[in-house]
Design a protein around this ligand. Structure first.
Ligand code: GUN
Ligand code: ZN
Length: 465
């Protein structure tokens, strides 16, 4: 038996790069998405063209829009309540004054359970069906996150945030190097593909998550490289921060280059260290590695990420909040790196991936001279859905409505958010189908707010808090 969801459908079909998103954008104003009992897409297209099925169950969503679930490739679970925290400064001051103390509160197991519930509920409200989640330093908090995510049925990749060095405000989050490796390995054993037992069908996956180079030592990085070498074949992920703050002298990037004596920040993650500071080791880069930010990369760093299949979580909302600058869009995508979207909650103060896409549109149009680019609405949708699935190395499973994929989708009812309903009803003025398609999608993505997300589905099953 299958379920037929009727509505207006948008998705980026096939497997294009961002440059082919426009030509791959499918719009069915009278569409049908047919999902079988296993949660697999068996048809997506005009409702009249769907295969006849006597046992068909129809879920008619009327004028609602059906789009693929949003993929957030960088979000901090322990910062759920730290959105819009006033830290009076850029990255390193904000971490010290707001974030490390806030994350230390998850030492309390009851608090950790509460924040795991609230974090997961916010994900459902924002339609974030898949996420790469930067974890807590505390194993019990990670257990609470995985358990709650499993209970509701969202997709999750996460790992405990690893810190082995830091100043006074970070003390509660530090472990020894040995514990960092052992606790991470234990989390992988406990949660990686724990829901189905197979990495290819799981909704839950584990990651190795050094907070950033300044939170670890060369020995920690060498040991994590060894650990990754052991678990890479099991489909484990790596997630961290790269090239976010370039304040001269006292900012993150200059501090990394000085402390680690490397020519580029990416080198610190790329197998340059052995225990005792000797050179040579195992790289953390690869198809299941996601670097958050990558705002200030050299050409060499972009080339290395492209050749290793390492992806970027682009977080413009956060970059505005912390004064981190603007990732050069054209140069980065032309280098061949997969660029997906990340909220970076709590430096990002939006949970909704479409708000990230909205800021991406604005900041990249505002880049100077030839770098200025007007991102097409299809490229926006691509970045928030299919590119996210690709960055998470699960493009063959979700990210669009191609037949055979797992059906992750949102039902958006514009009437639940009057300003969105108004711009769709009165703001779209097009003489031809393609312009109508582009204007409708742009208005939908720019005007969307959480109340309009009426239903969220993962693998064909409705997800509720
Ligand atoms: N770099 C290291 N830790 C963090 C964090 O929590 N947020 C952001 N935006 N950057 C980081
Ligand atoms: Zn972050």
């Amino acid at each position: 038996m299958s379920t037929t969801h009727l509505g207006q459908i948008f998705h980026v079909a096939g497997s294009p790069t961002v440059f082919g998103a426009d030509d791959s954008l499918a719009w069915f104003s009278d569409g049908a998405l047919v999902v079988d009992d296993a949660g697999t897409v068996v048809y997506c297209g005009p409702r009249e063209g769907r295969p006849a099925d006597d046992a068909e169950v129809i879920d008619d969503h009327g004028d609602a829009f059906l789009i693929p679930g949003f993929v957030d490739t960088h979000i901090h679970f322990p910062q759920t309540y730290s959105v819009d925290a006033y830290g009076g400064g850029q990255l390193l001051e904000w971490l010290d004054s707001c974030i490390f103390p806030a994350e230390a509160r998850l030492a309390d197991p009851a608090f950790a359970e509460q924040i795991a519930r609230d974090f997961t509920a916010r994900r459902i409200a924002a339609g974030t069906t898949a996420a790469m989640v930067f974890g807590s330093a505390f194993s019990h908090a990670q257990d609470a996150l995985f358990a709650e995510t499993r209970r509701v049925g969202l997709r999750l990749i996460s790992g405990r945030g690893i810190q082995t060095v830091g100043g006074p405000s970070a003390q509660a989050l530090l472990t020894s190097e040995r514990d960092a490796v052992e606790l991470t390995a234990a989390e992988i054993d406990r949660w990686h593909a724990a829901d189905t037992g197979s990495v290819d069908t799981a909704l839950l996956h584990a990651a190795i998550v050094p907070r950033f180079s300044l939170s670890v030592t060369t020995d920690t990085l060498a040991a994590l490289g060894e650990l990754y070498d052991d678990v890479r074949d099991r489909g484990v992920y790596v997630h961290t921060h790269l090239n976010e703050n370039n304040r001269p002298g006292t900012g993150e990037i200059d501090m990394v280059k000085r402390s680690f004596e490397v020519a580029s920040y990416l080198d610190t993650y790329d197998g340059k260290f052995l225990p005792g500071g000797r050179v040579g080791g195992k790289s953390l880069l690869g198809r299941r590695t996601v670097m958050a930010h990558a705002v200030h990369c050299t050409d060499g760093e972009l080339t290395r990420m492209a050749e290793t299949g390492t992806s970027i979580a682009h977080c413009p909302v956060s970059q505005l909040f912390l004064g981190s600058g603007t990732m050069p869009w054209r140069r980065t995508v032309e280098a061949g790196v997969t660029v997906a979207a990340g909220t970076d909650v709590g430096a990002g103060d939006e949970w909704l991936i479409s708000r990230v896409l909205s800021d991406a549109f604005k900041v990249h149009l505002s880049e100077p001279g030839d770098a200025s680019v007007a991102i097409h609405p299809a490229e926006m949708l691509f970045t928030g859905t299919l590119a996210g699935a690709r960055a998470l190395d699960m493009e063959e499973r979700f990210g669009n409505f191609d037949v055979g994929k797992e059906a992750d989708f949102l039902v958006i009812r514009p009437e639940r958010w009057a300003p969105l309903e108004a711009i769709l009803a009165h703001g779209v003025r097009a003489d031809d189908d393609r312009t109508a398609r582009d204007q409708t999608l742009f208005a939908l993505l720019m005007g969307l707010r959480e109340p309009a997300i009426a239903e969220v589905y993962v693998r064909g099953a409705r997800v509720t808090a």
